[in-house]
Design a protein around this ligand. Sequence first.
Ligand SMILES: Nc1ncnc2c1ncn2[C@@H]1O[C@H](COP(=O)(O)OP(=O)(O)OP(=O)(O)O)[C@@H](O)[C@H]1O
Length: 820
Amino acid sequence: AASDPSDPTQKSSGKPRGRRRPDQFASELWTELNSLAGCSKSEDAQKGAEGGAPEVSLEEALMRLAEFLSLQLGAEESCGTPPDPGKPGEVPPLLTVTSQLLALLAWTRSPRGRQALLQGTQSACPVRSPTLDGSLSQEESSSQPTPILDEVPGDETQEPQPPQLEEEQRAWQRLEQLILGQLEELRQQLEQQEEELSRLRLGVGATDSEKRVQHLTLENEALKQSLSLTRELLLHWGPGPLSRAPQEEAGALLELQGQLQEAQDTTEALRVQWGWEGQLGVQEMQLQGLRGALQQLQQETEQNCRQELQQVHGQLAGLRARMASLRQGCGDLRGLVSTFTQSCQGSLSEAQGQELSVLVGQLYPGPLGLCQLEGLGLSSQRGNRDHQLDAQGGFWNSRVRLALGVEQRRLQDGRRGALHVSGLRSQSAGVVPNAGNIRVLCRLRPAEGIPSSLVSVEPGQGGTITTCYRGRQHRFRLDWVFPPDASQEEVFRQLEPAVLSCLQGYSVCIFTYGQTGTGKTYSMEGPPEDPGIAPRALQLLFREMGTGGHHHVTLSMVEIYNEAVRDLLATGPPERLVVRQGPAGQGGIQVAGLTHWDVPNLETLHQMLSLGRSNRATAATVMNQHSSRSHALVTLTLRSASPPRAQGSTGTLHLVDLAGSERVWKAGVASPLPRDPNGARRLREAQAINRSLLALGGVMAALRARRPHIPFRDSQLTRLLQPALGAGTTAVLLLQISTRTEDLGETICSLKFAERVGQVELGPARRRRAPRSGTPSSLSTDTPLTGTSCTPTPSPGSPPSPGPNCCSGLTLEPPGDLPP
Ligand SMILES: Nc1ncnc2c1ncn2[C@@H]1O[C@H](COP(=O)(O)OP(=O)(O)OP(=O)(O)O)[C@@H](O)[C@H]1O
């Protein structure tokens, strides 16, 4: 109005305002309102002076005010005045005021409002009818001022004048344009907000955006409800159906207001969203803080772990160092112990040497004593060396005692310079017959391929066998060691004195022990072209007996198979024999039903041995095609007829070929087939063999320890060997070992067993005297193994009968020579 009073619609037209800024437009409106107020004052003054009504109507003023307020509202929102976040659904107060003003405007235009206004102002002052557009025509504003309530448009009694209606329509059009302009601006703002919203959606993520959209939708619904309420209010209080055009305009206005409200709601919702963004930012900050704390915690934990690990490493290093020092201390202690042991042994051997010197000096006074010591190979110097080499100790000691015992016996018997048997040729070998302990000889089986480098041999008397097994070295010293190429004759030469001592009434037992396939049977029996110990011993004995005197020879042969004792020379079918203890006080054992054959000559003896051998149980094992699965015992009893008025003697020779000791799985006797009868049988055989050999080891251990109880009854083998291993007997163990690398474990076991056996002392050998009145063929309690004496009857395959007088004394013919 100030800029162009002639055209007040110019400022309220929608299109030009759409391009102006809202604050600019608001200031224009404000100026307009002030001018209206000024106009009203001046008109009031003029009216007071002239007594007329003011020219600005209440309706126009209200409309302008509403317009201003709506504009202000839009300006506030565009300026980003934050709504109250705690009341998201609440309608802003400015909007409420605007709505109420609009309602009031509608009311003033309604008939009732007009009537009320008319009635209220008629009594006070006359008012002129207001114009709706808020702007006055130049004519009205300048020259024809009209009282506000001069004419009431809604008065039903007065029809509005056509110029007034036109004026009102124009005012409404302006108002519509004004609101349309505002709506346009709001739409632009809305577009901006939507752009902003899409940008935020992209930044925040789909899930959060969906939540926000849902929330905004809810807010929108609430605001719509509020708007519909306002709309109803407007309809209720708005202009009635008097004029058709204003009603439509009002509807459009309401619709536009609704749109405006929606836009405001969206804006508010966006603000709320920004508030959420803030909350989200706070949460992100908290999250970052938590992440930082977590990282710090991880770093602290890592640091602590590293420190603990370092401590543990330190402790471990300390423990290792301590262990090393302990090991060193342990080694030192071991060294001290061995030094102490050596010094003790040295002192002991020195004392023994002195004792020996004294004893020999007593026996052989003067220089003769030293000669005798040298001759026996038992000088104190030699003894000391032997002692040091003997890991088990006691060997030298026993040899000294044996030598002394022999020498004492020789002196006592008054037969100095000669041993028991006239033809004895064992002096060179250094073998002392009737020794008090079990002698151990060892024979190595010739290797089929390249001999193992893990077994080294020092053959000869007091020879050694050194093995290297699993990184450990073992050294075994034995009475005599035969190299693999030793002949049968060499082996027998070492046994000759013992065999010949039988003729003097001594009891001698020679037994072979060793792993399967190591040559036990070969050494004991031997092939016909190269006979072993048994044929050579019998030949030797018969040759010696043929030199003179009356002798009677009986033979028995048994085998122990699966703990059953069988007579290998039985005339009938083989039966299981029962082994009994002999009568108390008489010693020995009795085998009921065992036949003793009188043997008149060597030929018969060989035939009988062949017969017994053929009856022996053998089987093929992996390690030996003809493995002996039983223990074989050949007992030769030699009774010497006593010269007149002199007592005869009864000597016994036990030749024992033990079954092979082996591990069951290694010998392959167990069949892989579960129901193989042969496999089960062989397994049982192997178990029986090992059980009896174990019992033999127990007997040897008890004898070695000189226990009062010797467990002879633990097996049939030890029962039958009881007479051969009793006190005063002579026993020789021939150990057969293999030099193959794969047999090394078994070889070491056998050597250990032999070493223990070598420590068994049976005491000084005792002669057995034959009864003065007894005949050689009669059973004697002195006979260790007693049974039934019989004379063999001629039968196919059986030895020839020696004749009817064979059992009552026999002068044996000298045997023929054995094959070379
Ligand atoms: N010194 C040796 N010289 C030649 N051959 C030998 C020698 N020792 C053993 N043999 C041979 O080795 C094989 C097995 O020998 P032998 O049967 O005597 O062993 P073993 O120990 O008695 O076995 P088992 O305990 O199973 O009866 C035989 O063929 C034998 O001829």
